[in-house]
Design a protein around this ligand. Sequence first.
Ligand SMILES: [Fe+2]
Length: 382
Amino acid sequence: MMRPMKLAGEYLLFGNGALEYLKTIKGEKAFIIISGGSIERSGYLKIIQDYLSEAGIQSSVFKGVEPDPSIHTVLKGAEEMKRYNPDWIIGLGGGSAMDAAKAMWIFYEHPHLKTLQDISSPNIIPALRGKAKMICIPTTSGSASEVSRSIVITDPEKNIKVGIGNMEMMPDIALLEPGITSSMPEHITADTGIDALTHALEAYVSNRSNDLSDTLSEKAALEIFKYLPLACSNGENILYREKMQNFSMIAGIAFTNVSLGIVHSMAHTVGGKYGVAHGLADGIILPYVIEYNMQNAEAKKKYDKLAKMLGGESFAKMVRSLNEQLNIPSNLKEVINKDEDFEKNLEELATMAKNDGCTKTNPIIPDIKGFQELFRKAYYGK
Ligand SMILES: [Fe+2]
């Protein structure tokens, strides 16, 4: 079946010196969205603002995007944006800062939109770029929001994470500067990196996968397998950082075109309900879903191929031992530990995962009972 593919926005720059591109852009005002102080402490925020100044662009910084950004933060940022009136929006940080920046952009461009419901399915994101264009600069290697059309925004009142995808949200410019990721602590390198691996693997076995996405996702999976443990144990090694940054982005290009699978559906669900960090949830759930997907002949063939290329036999087992190396727990109970509550919510969790937008591209689509079983396995580690 013919499907269009979009491989990043206008410009995708990666490698040492990528940030210098900022010196060449045309405009007047940039609104920079960041999470916390680490990007200031590392000196990169100043470098970025200096480059913008060289281009004759003044900038303002919105600080304080939390992990799993809430709709409240998004609306607050959008209000500030309306007052500042930028022609460039820069999402600078991990997936949270970039996703929040993209969401703020929608509300800034279209002031009649007021709520999370207004921008989520079945409502459609209207055209962007009437007022500003978007630059993303990732400081972690995992979310790939810099080359993706999707965002995840949390509704804290309802304890849900809402995934929204639309090609309008593909950033115009993505700048991947390897050094900017080198201050990431080990556990964040692990959690975000296993998210990147999950993107590669879910895109690889997606029921929409094609020759182009397979080429990207297969290579990304193999390289992340190799470089993620190295980047965790040798965080100061810039080559390992660069490989993780590039292959996270490559996995992103694959998944933004052919979508993901039920690891993400389940991770979004436990993330919203129990606050489990996204990458960590992915890593824990991933081997259980690989085992489940092995029932599909196409998916099995692909997992077996990866295992062989990596010199092993069972791919699920290999992912388990990778998790062990990365100190990622083998079950959800270790991070949630609310047995009674979990049992009580099981049907609701299964229903939410079933309805998640990532479910429809999994190689096998479980019913509610199937999701309950999968959640139980991942929770108790059986
Ligand atoms: Fe993800």
